[in-house]
Design a binder for this molecule. Structure first.
Ligand code: SAM
Length: 378
């Protein structure tokens, strides 16, 4: 299977008004993409993702044998099918989109219909006939929390997980690291090209049509800056692009975390530059998740799914890159202090807004002026 991915986990804008999610708009913007087999196939072709879930199940069969499992967002049904193959007594496979029909077909063609029951509906709306021993789900979006699907898993946990039940995955972490990249020049060139084009357009419109459009230069600049310079970029980085120590900014225990806990991620952390004389083009963010079971009911074999920069095996999540314009020059031994905050966009709870303040303390002890940055994960 191919290890290259197109970027498809897109979410369109404006599904939230005054903090209330419009279900119809959310369905049209978010769920609709998951209704295509093409998109499900992209996830099924992600070897790192597939191997991690496969191993987490089949190397920990004691969690599945004779147990009741709930698969939140079953998509094609793959995790539900594996759970049944690992010996589950019953698997409830819940899927919001019409993909549920394909999942049911797949369950039947793999002769598991006596174990796996596919339920079409949203996790928040459906009812199960019993509580479950295991909740399995692949809920992670870009930089872990984009898409906000973990909310649905937590809703399932609070309603349906037995007191000693286990979560698959059980833990998650978010990471940041300083990087070098020529993307910073590309994006600035794109922005400048777009502004040059705008000024030509102003001249042409005035000369040919007699209307001066220059009053719109400020909002146009704002719009283009947001698009080219402030929107985080999907990238599969090479490990040698990481020029400082990666740091953890958030740790999540899926058994105990709450929606409040994940809606506002804040961290003050430090990283040291490890490369001689480099340009700090930006900060990269990624995540890992672990399958550890729980303290009462631990995994026999702990499995990790890591989406950090990796030479051989990228994932479809890649990393999110927050570019710094202009990129400051840094030296080995410089200390970076990050003040990081990530909240959900007011217009769409599945998209994120990031404030990232960076302070550089040079090895001489001198501080460079703090840089404040605003980014959008769209
Ligand atoms: C990232 S895909 C994973 C699909 C499949 N479990 C896999 O691992 O290949 C997430 C799936 O969850 C579904 N989903 C997201 N939120 C849901 C909810 N609240 N209720 C039911 N399904 C949901 C989406 O439609 C999508 O098919």
């Amino acid at each position: 299977m191919s290890a290259t991915f197109s970027v498809f986990r897109r979410v369109m804008n404006s599904s939230t008004q005054n903090g209330v999610v419009d279900k119809g708009v959310d369905f049209a913007n978010y769920f609709c993409t998951y209704g295509f087999l093409y998109h499900q196939k992209e996830m099924l072709c992600d070897r790192v993702r597939m191997d991690a879930y496969y191993n987490s199940i089949f190397k920990n069969k004691h969690h599945f044998e004779g147990k009741v499992v709930l698969d939140v967002g079953t998509g094609s049904g793959i995790l539900a099918i594996w759970s049944a193959q690992a010996g589950a007594r019953k698997v409830y496979a819940v899927e919001a989109t019409k993909m549920a029909e394909h999942a049911a077909e797949l369950v039947k063609s793999n002769e598991l219909q006596h174990v796996v029951e596919v339920i079409e509906g949203t996790m928040e709306d459906i009812t199960l006939p019993e509580k479950v021993d295991v909740i399995i789900s692949e809920w992670m979006g870009y930089f872990l929390l984009r898409e906000s699907m973990l909310d649905s898993v937590l809703c399932a946990r609070d309603r349906w997980l037995k007191p000693n039940g286990v979560m698959y995955p059980s833990h998650a972490r978010m990471w940041l690291a300083p990087i070098k990249s020529t993307l910073v020049d590309q994006k600035m060139n794109d922005f400048e090209g777009s502004m040059d084009d705008w000024y030509c357009f102003i001249d042409d419109t005035k000369n040919y049509y007699g209307v001066d459009m220059s009053a719109l230069t400020k909002p146009f600049t704002h719009e283009q800056k947001k698009y080219y310079l402030q929107t985080s970029i999907w990238n599969n980085l090479h490990p040698n692009q990481v020029i400082g120590t990666p740091v953890i900014i958030k740790e999540i225990d899926c058994l105990t975390t709450t929606v409040d806990d994940i809606s506002n991620v804040r961290a003050s952390v430090s990283s040291s530059i490890t490369e001689e004389n480099a340009r700090l083009a930006g900060i990269a963010g990624w995540f890992d998740v672990h399958f550890r079971g729980s303290s009462e009911n631990p995994a026999q074999n702990e499995i990790e799914l890591n989406t950090g920069p990796n030479e051989d095996s990228g994932t479809h999540w890649g990393q999110q890159v927050f570019l710094l314009h202009p990129p400051p020059r840094v030296q080995r031994g410089d200390d970076l202090k990050f003040n990081f905050s990530m909240i959900r966009s007011k217009e769409n709870h599945r998209l994120m807004e990031v404030d990232l303040d960076i302070e550089i303390k040079q090895s001489s002890g001198k501080f460079l002026p703090q840089v404040r940055n605003k980014f959008f994960i769209e």
